[in-house]
Ligand binder design. Structure first.
Ligand code: SR1
Ligand code: MG
Length: 402
């Protein structure tokens, strides 16, 4: 039973920060000015600055889905899952996340470093701005968390405890429904703009595709390999503005739970695909289109290299180098399949993405149709995908014919 709690406003954030003893040395609460900047689907997000330029970010879980409203209640306890995700990342790959100051389970808030000089990666991608190296950074990030939270590094008994304590049923149910079920049927949350209906019909009437999505859904629900981020799309990464050495910070791990490693990689791949389709129809520069097109490969190669780098320090001695080679092949196939599912859901179902939604007319139809076709092929052809370059080749083929 969720207790009653007070929602913050920009006006009440300074007093709230002042009331939290652990935040006293982070900012001068007496001069704090806050603004609500949340543009995600679920939460309130406040950024606050003090007179000396110090900053803090306070994220508060609403007791419902922000995108839909109070008609869709959702546990605010998700802030505990988010804190767990950040904690695992802070141990394994601290530079890739904001510094978290703590969470308050009475108001369902999380206090963290204010990333005021970063922007959401999706926004930068939409604007045609390159961030060389961030795709590789994401691959290393997933590898480090996968290694440190899995059987590879963790004692078998501790692993079982971590799997049990990390269950996140309400958030997982959202993914099960919105990613794996609803796009393939007749659901109220679905809808596309005029001109995309035929491509949707192709998806929903493809029995082989639907069966393969079922395979991926069951894997998502039963394969407890690592503590996933659970929603690692380009809106869950913030990137630098005008830095010689660009970098990203991963945010929003509230969907975290123990799931298949390929799911986080697939989330990145599916969203890279949306960014690439946008870049193609808007005829961005050759340099940008080439860069965005190679992102799945960049992320995958960095993931693979980081796994091999970490491998000698594994604690599970029974797992050999040959095992890792086999495992990596199967993760790539999973990532292709999950990437296809993540791409398709953003076209047909609830919670669409600005990469495609802000395109108009023919541009929208072409980009949305190409994303659907590529997603379907990534899913159906995943068992024959032997290397990450194949993901880009399939995308090139479908973008050229759409
Ligand atoms: C009802 S929540 C819709 C989506 O927002 C989050 O970002 C997840 O992607 C979820 O599926
Ligand atoms: Mg989010």
């Amino acid at each position: 039973m969720v207790k009653e709690y007070e929602l913050l406003t920009a006006e009440t954030v300074p007093a709230y920060v002042a009331s939290m003893l652990n935040l006293a040395d982070k900012v001068d609460a007496s001069t704090l000015v806050a603004e609500e900047v949340g543009d995600g689907n679920l939460n309130l997000v406040f950024v606050a600055r003090d007179a000396a330029g110090g900053g803090i970010c306070i994220k508060q879980s609403l007791p419902y889905v922000r995108l839909v409203g109070e008609a869709w209640p959702l546990t605010p306890e998700r802030v505990v899952a988010e804190a767990r995700g950040y904690s695992a990342a802070a141990e394994a790959s601290p530079d890739d996340i904001p510094v978290v100051y703590g969470y308050d389970d009475s108001r369902y808030t999380l206090a963290m470093e204010n990333l005021h000089d970063l922007v959401i990666w999706r926004t930068a991608l939409n604007d045609g701005i390159m961030h060389p190296g961030v795709g590789a950074q994401m691959g290393r990030f997933v590898a480090r968390i996968a290694f440190s939270t899995s059987l590879f590094k963790m004692d078998a008994g501790e692993l079982k405890e971590r799997v049990a304590e990390s269950i996140n049923p309400e958030l997982c149910k959202i993914t099960e429904d919105l990613v794996f079920t609803e796009p393939y049927g007749d659901y109220a949350n679905n809808g596309v703009q005029p001109g995309v209906e035929a491509a949707v019909k192709d998806i929903q009437s493809d029995a082989t595709l639907v069966a393969n999505v079922g395979m991926l859904k069951t894997k998502f629900m039963t394969s407890a390999e690592m503590l996933l981020h659970g929603d690692l799309h380009s809106g869950s990464v913030m990137v630098t503005v005008d830095k010689d050495e660009p970098y990203g910070k991963v945010i929003d791990p509230e969907f975290c739970f123990y799931g298949p490693v390929g799911f986080d990689l697939g989330a990145l791949f599916g969203n890279y695909l949306a960014a690439r389709a946008r870049a193609e129809v808007l005829d961005r520069s050759d340099e940008f289109r080439t860069w965005v097109g190679q992102l799945p490969q960049e992320t995958w190669e960095a993931f693979e290299a980081e796994m091999w780098k970490l491998w000698p320090s594994r604690s599970e001695a029974a797992l050999t180098d040959e095992f890792l080679a086999l495992w990596l092949r199967s993760v790539l196939r999973d990532a292709a399949g999950f990437g296809g599912c993540k791409a398709i859901r953003r076209i047909i179902g609830l919670a669409k993405v600005s990469d495609i939604e802000t395109l108009e007319g023919d541009d929208h139809v072409k980009a949305a149709t190409a994303v659907l076709r590529v997603g379907a092929r990534w899913i159906k052809e995943r068992d024959s995908i032997m290397g990450s370059t194949r993901l880009g080749e399939i995308a090139s083929e479908e973008l050229a014919r759409t």
